[in-house]
Design a protein around this ligand. Structure first.
Ligand code: ADE
Length: 325
């Protein structure tokens, strides 16, 4: 099969009209040069790869079919693709899915390459973020969550490893393998025959990472948008304090601390951040800040918290992020 004509193919005939024909055929691994490993999941590897036709860099997530079937993860892979496709028209905040293809053994997801990698090593390297940095990155994560939740998607595994940074140090949320797509949310005034309980609080199998997991997932195996707000509270705490709020030598002990809301605020922890974190890390999900905000209109009650004073949420992606040091 003839490969689609790309910009680099035309350089030899200088007089030809340069038209870039978008690829209509399915891509194959041969369309890319695979480089180093830039991420590793329980059933996938992420490679830096270069499109041989355009020289553009991508992050390609590769899943081995045999492994997915053996580990019964097909649903997760399907969900991830579905969510990434739903996010296709989002201009910012998320890793984009450009295309997918497969060979006999593997599935390939061609994703945007976040040049600056994960948020986690930045927090670890500097020990903790100053307030300007914490404000900016919390605001970008919140902005992403507003969009995601507006579409009825709960991430369910939000953590600093899943917050990537692009070449300009803006946030790209990734890893939607654990996410959940809520059934159509009725308009205000419409009657939902299933009831709010049915759509938001069906029992789910365990997903998430111990330190960021919400108490409701541990007690009654339920999740709602508010579970992501809990994780946001944990991440804001971590940016300020340098470490996540609930930590211990075993997963079991971490869960105990979460269920007892047992966390300490180090000396000098910014007062406004303490107040915000305290309003997100609330055991009862419906009592978390933002939980009562109307679906689809973002989280005005979080945006309006004094911690975010002077943050212009609408232009975040055009702003120059404050330097991290
Ligand atoms: N690690 C995992 N996914 C990535 C991506 N899209 N860009 C950079 N690093 C990654």
């Amino acid at each position: 099969a003839r490969l689609p004509v790309a910009a680099t193919d035309i350089t030899s005939s200088a007089h030809s009209l340069i038209t870039i024909i978008p690829p209509t055929q399915k891509r194959t691994p041969k369309d890319f040069i695979f480089g180093k490993v830039i991420g590793e999941g329980s059933f996938s590897m992420v490679y830096l790869a270069k499109d041989i036709h355009t020289n553009k860099e991508y992050a390609i997530k590769v899943c081995e079919k045999r492994h997915i079937i053996k580990e019964k993860k097909s649903e997760y892979v399907k969900r991830e693709k579905e969510v990434l496709n739903m996010l296709g028209s989002a201009k910012h905040s998320f890793v984009r899915l450009f295309c997918t293809f497969q060979d006999i053994e593997r599935l390939y997801f061609v994703l945007s390459y976040a040049k600056n990698g994960e948020l986690l090593p930045y927090i670890n390297k500097v020990g903790s973020f100053d307030i300007e940095c914490t404000k900016f990155y919390s605001a970008e994560i919140l902005h992403g969550l507003e969009y995601l939740h507006g579409l009825g998607i709960i991430h369910r595994d939000l953590k600093p490893e899943n917050i990537l940074l692009d070449e300009k140090m803006h946030v790209l949320i990734t890893d939607f393998g654990s996410s959940k797509i809520l059934k159509e949310v009725p308009e205000k005034g419409e009657i939902n025959v299933l009831g709010e309980q049915q759509q938001c609080e069906r029992r789910n199998s365990f997903v998430g990472t111990a330190q960021y997991v919400s108490p409701e997932l541990l007690t009654d195996k339920t999740t709602s948008r508010a579970s992501d707000l809990w994780a946001l509270g944990c991440i804001i705490y971590q940016m300020v304090a340098g470490l996540p709020p609930f930590r211990s030598r075993s997963e079991y002990l971490v869960f105990q601390k979460i269920l007892n809301l047992e966390y300490e605020l180090p000396d000098g922890f910014c007062e406004l951040a303490r107040d915000l974190v305290g309003k997100l890390l609330v055991l009862e999900p419906s009592k978390r800040l933002g939980a009562s905000d109307e679906h689809g209109s973002g989280y005005p009650s979080i945006r309006l918290h004094s911690f975010f004073i002077n943050v212009d949420f609408e232009t975040l992606h055009e702003q120059i992020p404050p330097p991290i040091y």
